[in-house]
Every structure is written in structure tokens, then in C-alpha cells.
Ligand binder design. Sequence first.
Ligand code: ZN
Length: 222
Amino acid sequence: MSLTLRTAVIETAQAMSAAGLSVGTSGNVSVRGRRGFFITPTGMPYASLRPHDIAEVDWKGRAEGSRLPSSEWRMHLDVFAARPEVGAIVHCHPPHGTSLSCVRREIPAFHYMVAVAGGNSIRCARYETFGTAELAAAAVEALQDRRACLLANHGMLALGATPQDALKLASEVENLAGQYLRALSIGEPAVLDDAEMQRVLEKFRTYGQQRPRPHLAWSSQK
Ligand SMILES: [Zn+2]
């Protein structure tokens, strides 16, 4: 079990890097376990990670393993504690999302896909020093009823039931951030109103779910 979770952390961190969501050793990935969570170690290139390099942090914040956990372990701990439905967290410093975070702008409903993060905006958490309990608290607050947020002058956080979900959401939010930046460069983007975003959110709840195939009458009659 632990090996599977460690491997999932490594594969997700490497995929995050390959997708251009994080440069060098920036960002971190965690996956929920039973006694705590598994997280990328601090300061190690993702390409060289082996399962024993992944740090385990218990629910009291005590780290185990030969490597020190990412400096943002506290943010992961507090988000897991506040959000029992979350199984994995991706934190990165992608170009577009981070640029927006530096002007401390949230992503409003300029595009209906903003609903992918769970609401009618993707908030930007207030600035706090990296690695602090204050940043963890700011992130939890910005993630209220959301699955992703920006972190002021820092980067982005995306949550998922699985590491794949969290990474997919991080890519989607980065894509939206890029579109929003481009739209801002040529004018003031039109923002969809709350009623429209409610419709979109409702559609998202059922989107992608296959309906049972209608009964084929002819086949049972023959
Ligand atoms: Zn960071």
C-alpha cells in the first residue's frame, strides 16, 4: 500500500514537471494514506526520486523517512484535515496562474470552465510566507467550496480524489489562467452571472456520466 502511494506521488510529480506546471524542484505533490500522507521531499529533482525518498507525515505533523518533507507539508496537512473527500494535492508555480497570483487577482467566471474548480470563481488566497501555518490557513479559507485556488505571489493549489484528478485540475486551472490573462490584455472580459454559473455547475454534476442504454426492443422480440 505504502509503495503504491509513494509511486503515485513520484509519477504525479514527474508528470507535473513534464506538463510545464513547475520548473526545477518547485511545487510538491501529496497523497493521503491511513496514518497521514506521503509527500515529495524538499529540494530533490523529481526525475531522480525513488520510493524511499518520499516522506511520510502523520496527522500530528511528525515526519518519517530519510528525506525531509517538502517545506509546504503544513499546507498539505491542513487541507487534508479540512477536506476529508480529498485524496491528493498538487501544488505548483505554473507561469500563468502564478502571474495572476502576483497581481492578487482571482479568476472570475470569464469562462464557464471556471466551474471545474467547484464554483463561480477560483479565489486567490491572501499572501503569507511560504511554509507557514498562516499560509496553510489562508489556503484552506480560499478553498472553501472549491477544489483549486491561487496563492498570492506564489502559485496554485489543486485538489482531487486521486493524484490524476488533482493534476488534471491543476492543468485546467493553468489553462484558464492563460486564457484570462490573454483576454485581459485586449479588454475587460465579460463575466458570466451567478445564475448562469449555477446552471453550468448543475450540468457539471451530471456531465460525463453515462446513461443506461435504452432497451433495444427489436432484439428481445426476435
Ligand atoms: Zn510553493
